[in-house]
Design a protein around this ligand. Structure first.
Ligand SMILES: [Cu+2]
Length: 401
């Protein structure tokens, strides 16, 4: 009795876990809710493949069940069933049918792969520093332990050696963990890494693409509608791999233009005394790793070579306040009411490795700098001058748990 019940119970438990897991209605990384053309192409391949697989599953399990039921030995007599050896026709059949199924699926898969990685020349009108330009929407994506950097070069990428991710020339816009894109455009991503292999994945917009040091991989994303699409590094890359997240923030073309205008502004000089004191601390403590445009120069400037310390990079903080998450997209910069989440930011500045595990002493992540509480208050006052907060809608939509 128990012998039968135990596997049945396990199967039931497994079944209900699987069924319940399918119930999450707001799963951020749901691969079955495409929100753009590339993700939809993948979806329209996986749906029929799932149906084919389902039919094969039913035939195999149905057939196996039938054979068991029809021929099982109930010990009612001692006779052996008829013994046979092989069945040529059947064997040919079950070799050819699966082969045909796989060939057809393979053909559609190749067509889809070509489709989602094809490159077309398209350009959008954009005003950069007051001059109208045509920008072929492309963003350089650099993975490193354990956060993502996004670099925008409005003059195009010609002549830039992207495979040398530790020595990229200064970009027009550099941001971290939040990839801001205009809706309705095909955005080409040029993905690389500064240290180990990572993988860039925003499931609602397209599949996964590896970020490999020394190489550049091409990928595309596009979003139909304004909104926030969550992503996650999907190539195990060490201690804080699970804390290496990102978001694509898709804006209307006019909002995107407004964002670009804002990001092109250099940092303003602080006037508030606490912020002025904070800036002095920033210069001595933080600027050896972090860049703030307009005050310690572009990243490859001699003055900021200290950034070599950590993967050769730390997030550019010029417009920190225009982002809503930080540290690999795991902390909210703002409370849901739009005010600064001061407690979390102070904790980060007090002892970052305690907030997000990293081998800071082994040149990974942000180290604990031993700042005093007044210093932390002043640094926060300075950081608050860096960039303007986005709208409350964006703050609420991008919130992470
Ligand atoms: Cu990673």
């Amino acid at each position: 009795m128990w012998k039968i019940l135990r596997p049945a119970g396990l199967l039931g438990l497994f079944g209900s876990v699987v069924a319940l897991a399918g119930c999450a209605s707001d799963a951020e990384l749901d691969t079955l809710k495409p929100q753009g053309p590339y993700a939809r192409t993948i979806d329209s391949l996986s749906d029929p493949v799932f149906i084919v697989a389902g039919v094969v599953f039913l035939i195999i399990f149905g057939g196996t069940g039938y054979l068991w039921w029809r021929f099982h030995d109930d010990h009612s007599d001692e006779e052996y069933p008829e013994q046979i050896h092989g069945n040529f026709r059947l064997e040919i059949l079950w070799t050819i049918v699966p082969t045909l199924i796989l060939v057809v699926i393979g053909a559609f898969t190749i067509v889809t792969l070509v489709d989602i990685s094809s490159r077309e020349d398209n350009a959008m009108a954009l005003s950069v520093d007051g001059e109208s330009t045509m920008w072929e929407p492309e963003v350089v994506v650099v993975g490193q332990q354990w956060w993502w950097e996004y670099r925008y070069y409005f003059g195009g990428l010609e002549g830039i050696d992207l495979s040398d991710a530790r020595n990229l020339p200064p970009a027009d816009i550099v941001t971290a963990n939040q990839l801001v894109i205009p809706i309705g455009e095909e955005i080409e991503l040029k993905i690389t890494s500064r240290d180990v292999i990572h993988s860039h994945w925003i499931p609602a917009l397209n599949g996964k693409r590896d970020a490999v040091p020394g190489r550049v991989t091409y990928w595309k994303i596009a979003a139909d509608e304004e909104g926030v699409y969550f992503g996650q590094c999907t190539e195990f890359c060490g201690l804080s791999h699970s804390r290496m997240r990102m978001q694509a923030v898709a804006l209307s073309p006019s909002d995107f233009q407004a964002w670009v205008d804002q990001q092109l502004e250099p940092a303003a000089e602080p006037t508030d005394p606490a912020a002025v004191a904070g800036k002095a601390i920033f210069e001595t403590q933080c600027a050896r790793c972090h860049v703030v445009n307009g005050f310690n120069g572009p990243h490859d400037d001699e003055a900021s070579k200290g950034a070599d310390l950590v993967s050769n990079a730390a997030p550019n903080l010029t417009h920190l306040m225009s982002r809503t998450t930080y540290a690999g997209g795991i902390f909210n910069l703002y409370e849901p009411d739009g005010s600064l989440d001061r407690t979390q930011l102070e904790a980060w500045l007090r002892n970052a490795p305690a907030e997000k595990p990293a081998y800071a002493e082994g040149r990974r992540g942000m180290p604990a700098l031993g700042l005093g509480e007044t210093e932390i208050d002043n640094v926060v006052a300075y950081l608050q001058t860096l960039g303007t907060a986005p709208s409350i809608d964006v703050i609420v939509a991008t919130e992470v748990e």
